[in-house]
Ligand binder design. Structure first.
Ligand code: SF4
Length: 59
């Protein structure tokens, strides 16, 4: 199910992934909610945002 993209930042999230559809300038995320995986990760390097959607290069 697609996560709604808001017209304002999700104030609880800082994200620098500027190739994501949900990214907003200023290192914000406009996703209504995000999901981070995987279970049983051992350090931050192993984790990632499963909500990421590659940004359309024409938008
Ligand atoms: S959905 Fe994930 S990767 Fe995309 S901007 Fe938000 S936190 Fe970053």
């Amino acid at each position: 199910m697609a996560i709604r993209k808001m017209d304002k930042p999700n104030e609880g999230i800082k994200c620098i992934v500027n190739t994501c559809e949900y990214y907003m300038s200023g290192d914000h995320c406009a996703a209504e909610r995000i999901q981070v995986e995987p279970r049983n990760a051992q350090d931050s390097e192993e984790t990632d945002c499963a909500t990421f959607v590659a940004r359309d290069s024409f938008s």
